[in-house]
Design a protein. Structure first.
Length: 271
């Protein structure tokens, strides 16, 4: 296992926040927050990543990049156990040190960690077969950073490569004051607060991806991905897609009234 430090040209305000959280909280709570951490388990992770692996068309010999890997090293553990090489990137030193501790010795030679900004990935063009960015978009400081990060992800992908992106919509607003108090949600400019970047819906995300040179090949709605959508017959899947499509259209028209919590899981290619 290698921990590389890539020199960053700018001081990132939110980097200090994640450093402190990684030092003072459990790695599970840093990733999932105080509410969702109770529902986390490695067994659940295996099911989620098996589905992600299937839709990414991962094959033997693929080199994988995990942007915004965090301290739990979820992707690294899953794919390294399958003998695949994976590189985890994060902006937080403390998160990467915790991630390195969380990777078991018997798979450590398949995992490499790099300290870098998602907007300036230190890799050559076309270096990776698959790229993961789980929750990254929701935690970037602004939409400009989202496009810049997506462009760098696109640059790092091989011509036939696939990337997997997911982000939250309405989850934190749904829990309202409880989440605001326990997880201190707010702007990165405020001391020790974590921002959840808001998107109007899938149309806006599709536009941001197009600006970055990426084209969506598959969309799945996160909360129902594993337990409802994946095992259901086709007619049920169509009903689920229609339900969340209506919810997404409502959010586009009335962003301040939308309350249904959901997330998007998008698979995209260069195009």
């Amino acid at each position: 296992m290698v921990l590389l430090v890539h020199g960053m040209d700018k001081e990132l305000g939110f980097k200090r926040v994640w450093d402190k959280r990684a030092r003072t909280k459990s790695v599970e709570e840093v990733v999932f927050g105080p509410f969702l951490v109770r529902k986390y388990s490695m067994e659940l992770d295996v099911g989620i990543f098996a589905f992600v692996e299937y839709l990414l068309y991962v094959s033997a010999g693929d080199l994988i990049l995990d942007v915004g890997c965090g301290p739990l090293a979820r992707s690294e553990t899953y794919f390294a156990q399958k003998g695949l090489e994976i590189v985890g990137v994060d902006v937080s030193v403390a998160s990467l040190l915790k991630a390195r501790e969380n990777v078991a010795d018997h798979i450590a030679n398949h995992v490499h960690f790099v300290l870098a900004d998602a907007e300036s990935l230190p890799f050559r063009e076309g270096s990776f077969d698959r790229v993961l960015a789980m929750g990254l978009l929701s935690h970037l400081p602004n939409k400009h950073s989202v496009v810049t990060s997506l462009r760098d992800i696109q640059r790092c992908l091989k011509e036939n490569g696939v990337c997997y992106l997911n982000w939250l919509l309405n989850l934190y607003s749904f829990f309202g004051p409880f989440m605001a108090l326990t997880n201190k949600i707010g702007n990165f400019g405020k001391k020790e607060r974590v921002q959840i970047l808001t998107f109007r819906g899938l149309k806006e995300i599709r536009c941001l991806l197009q600006r970055a040179g990426l084209k969506i090949s598959k969309t799945v709605y996160g909360p129902v991905m594993l337990f409802v959508y994946y095992p259901s017959p086709t007619i049920v899947k169509r009903g689920i897609e229609k339900l969340f499509s209506v919810a997404d259209e409502f959010r586009e028209r009335h962003p301040t009234r939308a309350f249904l919590p959901y997330s998007f899981d998008v698979f995209a290619r260069k195009g």
